[in-house]
Design a protein around this ligand. Structure first.
Ligand code: 5RP
Length: 233
């Protein structure tokens, strides 16, 4: 029997990212996701550039962290102002169900990630097999980004929807701030029966800026695990 340790997970993320990067064509505008899997995408793109390949590809970063990583790696960047339509976005996820619905936002970048995904012709989600789930909410809470104004009211609203709320804290001991200066409430709903219905209720509430349910946005999924790398549609 084989076990899956920390090192294996990182290897699966890298393998999935390297396969996903094969979808990038010369001249593309590419959405660059956030998190450790998306970082493997940036590193691979930088390595290909060093070999003289895909040198005319430009990236749209989905977070300040990814922007800094891309700059440090020499990957040229653009903005949605310059390129409001993105050819292909490569991003990670925290949980993926069989219908390719996602929970995202573990790294706090859910709002920009969703804006870039919605602006993309094609969204390729890249995960290790441990992210696969029979039902969203089984293994990960739904991150909800809220305005600081009235955030405790939003927490009560979310509890009323059945969530157990954990406000996200930053390393400085203060409430975590997103790249937009908002807070994140991690909402444990347990297995979510109707993610579309929950998404609609969250979207109807003033003060909720974004939520981590990504529905109908995934074009393809690249999964890497002990049995290899697989593409799913
Ligand atoms: C960040 C995200 C990430 O894609 C998600 O948290 C997965 O991260 P990792 O690749 O590090 O496992 O949604 O907001």
């Amino acid at each position: 029997m084989s076990t899956t340790g920390e090192g294996d997970v990182a290897r699966f993320k890298r393998q999935a990212a390297e396969r996903a990067v094969e979808a990038i064509q010369p001249g593309m505008v590419v959405g660059l996701g956030s998190g450790s899997t998306a970082a493997f995408v940036v590193h691979r793109l930088a390595a290909l550039r060093a070999e003289g390949k895909l040198t005319d590809v430009v990236g749209v970063p989905t977070s300040v962290g990814t922007e800094e990583l891309a700059r440090a790696s020499g990957v040229p960047l653009t903005t949605l102002e310059e390129h409001p339509v993105v050819d292909l976005t490569l991003d990670g996820a925290d949980e993926v169900d069989p219908a390719l619905r996602l929970i995202k936002g573990g790294g706090g970048a859910l709002l920009r990630e969703k804006i870039v995904a919605q602006a993309s012709r094609r969204v390729l989600i890249v995960v290790d097999a441990g992210k696969l789930s029979p039902r969203l909410g089984t293994r990960w809470p739904v991150p909800v980004e809220v305005l600081p104004f009235g955030w405790r009211s939003q927490a009560l609203f979310l509890e009323g929807l059945g969530a157990r709320i954990t406000p996200r804290w930053g390393p400085d001991g203060a409430l975590y701030r997103t790249d937009q200066g908002n807070f994140i409430l991690d909402c444990a709903f347990g297995p979510i029966e109707r993610p579309e219905q929950l998404a609609s209720r969250l979207e109807a509430r003033a003060g909720i800026v974004a939520h981590g349910l990504f529905i109908g946005l995934t074009s393809e999924l690249v999964v890497a695990g002990p049995s290899g790398v697989e593409l799913r549609r």
